[in-house]
Design a protein around this ligand. Structure first.
Ligand code: R7I
Ligand code: MG
Ligand code: MG
Length: 357
């Protein structure tokens, strides 16, 4: 489990660092070749360039991990907002934050965090952001909630998301990614029944997107429909082309058109590499970036799923070494593992004590 914790956060970092170079592009055959060479170089021993920089995806993930470690339930949300702003302001390099989120962090700072959730609700003329920024940073919450109830997880995802994303699409994207990671973390073998896994996610989303509001008015089942589309793609006899995948699932900064895409990238490669798990990380990384569009975020979310599934042992050591701050990411994963499992360990001891008495 410690290795799965490391794999999850290293997946976020490496997908982000590698994908950032191609963000916003549509990759033709020539660029796909360049991509392969680029990752080969990062995996090689002779790489001497400065380490590959991470972007907002990792910066915000680090904030979430730090605050889960440091604060209790009551003070977590406010301190997370402060940490987001600190991380944003202290960065000496451009981290590629979304335009809306940048304005919001400036407002929070200017207004001294007095209204913690108001600025997010005011985003985009009052609709709130549907960007994938809440989903891209959610993996530490999955780690923290590995043994907690769904309700506990939903609540913590909400607290972590609503500081910047008030739109239901943005928040539900984070819930989907959080559930998807937690489900693979909990697997005890390296055998993943893809069909079953998608069914479980669909069942959860059918409950979340009930289909009708409290007045009985029909609501669109956004993620449920995307997950159905994903299942069809996974069950196709002929492997779908990149264009077909992008047409059905999308590859944009909209959470609805990127979170299911990231999960698809992971599951497609699980299906393809059944007897060859050592190749799963590299293969998913390359495939997610090949789809183009929001490459740092889709690769980051997809690789986080691989890491949660296999642990960090299948990630090339040099690739880890050549990404900025990988030591810090490993340290955060280990500390999260410690607090999650020391709590359980303490509970077990307590139960045993009770039995003895
Ligand atoms: O969601 P967010 O943090 O962005 C994350 C993305 C990732 O790809 C990162 O790698 C980084 O590149 O940014 O930031 P937001 O600013 O909330 O949303 C991102 C973008 O989505 C915005 O700049 C808008 O272009 C678009 N967007 C919307 N456009 C119209 N109406 C988000 N919500 C809306 C909306 O409601
Ligand atoms: Mg980014
Ligand atoms: Mg991105």
């Amino acid at each position: 489990m410690n290795s799965k914790f490391r794999g999850t956060l290293l997946g976020v970092l490496i997908g982000d660092c590698c994908g950032a170079v191609f963000e916003g592009e549509v990759l033709d055959a020539g660029q796909k070749f360049v991509l392969r060479k680029f990752i080969n170089k990062l995996e090689g021993v002779s790489f001497t360039a400065p380490r590959q920089k991470y972007t907002d995806d990792t910066a915000m993930t680090k904030s979430v991990a730090r605050c889960l470690l440091k604060y209790d339930e009551k003070s977590y949300q406010k301190n997370l907002a402060v940490d987001f702003v600190k991380e944003y302001c202290s960065s000496t390099t451009s981290r590629g934050y979304g335009d809306g989120v940048q304005r919001l962090l400036v407002t929070l700072r200017k207004e001294k965090f007095e209204d913690l959730l108001g600025p997010a609700r005011n985003q985009f003329n009052g609709t709130g952001s549907f960007g994938n920024g809440a989903a891209m940073r959610i993996s530490p919450v999955s780690l923290y909630c590995v043994n907690k109830s769904d309700d506990f997880l939903f609540d913590l995802v909400g607290k972590t998301s609503e500081i910047t994303h008030a739109n239901v699409i943005g928040i539900n994207g984070a819930i989907l990614q959080a559930l998807a990671i937690r489900e693979v973390l909990k697997l005890e073998s390296d055998d993943l029944d893809v069909n079953n896994y998608v069914t479980n996610l669909l069942e959860s989303f059918k409950k979340i997107e009930k289909g009708e509001d409290e007045f009985g008015i029909h609501e669109q089942k956004f993620y449920t429909e995307q997950l159905e589309g994903m299942r069809k793609l996974l069950n196709k006899e002929i492997l779908p082309s990149d264009e077909e995948v992008v047409n059905i699932l999308g590859h944009s900064v909209n959470a609805l058109y990127s979170v299911p895409t990231a999960i698809y990238c992971f599951l497609r490669n699980v299906n393809l590499l059944k007897g060859n798990r050592e190749k799963l990380f590299r293969s998913t990384l390359e495939y997610a970036i090949c789809l183009g569009g929001d490459t740092d975020t889709i690769a980051s979310m997809a690789c986080s799923l691989v890491g949660a599934f296999t642990g960090d042992s299948i990630i090339a050591k040099n690739l880890i070494k050549h990404c900025e701050s990988s030591e810090e990411i490993i340290e955060l994963s280990d500390k999260l593992y410690e607090i999650v499992f020391s709590e359980i360990f303490k509970k077990d001891l307590h139960l045993n004590d009770e039995k003895m008495n």
